[in-house]
Design a protein around this ligand. Structure first.
Ligand code: ZN
Length: 132
């Protein structure tokens, strides 16, 4: 079962907590046991799972990626968003989360983040639920 939803990003780079939306779609799918694939069909955005309690974790991730892969670094790609392509590749375009009793099996402090690296843009998140 495939589902999708839109994300409107507001900044050049930001992490947006999409855990609630994914859980909502899981509930509608009626799948109780299985796996959920979260897939981002973009080349300058990605998805990660990390702490969603302390908001400074989000900015630490972005700030660290910026130091490692600066926007104004020396790249061959002429669009001016080479850093976003590299960041998206490193973080990755998909994640798999286990489903148990109709819920995403996430740790207490874990959340699913849509990672924007070349915003603001209108983005898409694709979900695939496998199970019964
Ligand atoms: Zn590009």
């Amino acid at each position: 079962m495939k589902r999708e939803f839109g994300v409107q990003t507001k900044d050049l780079a930001e992490l947006i907590d999409i855990t609630a939306e994914v859980q909502e779609h899981l509930k509608a799918s009626k799948i109780k046991d299985g796996i959920c694939v979260i897939y981002i069909p973009h080349t300058t955005a990605s998805v990660c799972i990390n702490e969603n309690a302390d908001p400074s974790v989000k900015s630490d991730i972005n700030d660290t990626l910026d130091k490692l892969i600066p926007r104004d670094g020396s790249y061959s790609h002429s669009e001016g968003n080479a850093d976003a392509h590299v960041k998206a590749s490193i973080i990755g375009s998909s994640r798999v989360v286990l489903i148990e009793s109709g819920k995403l099996l996430l740790g207490t402090w874990q959340g699913i983040y849509f990672c924007e690296f070349d915003g603001p843009r209108k983005r898409k998140v694709v979900l695939k639920f496998l199970g019964s």
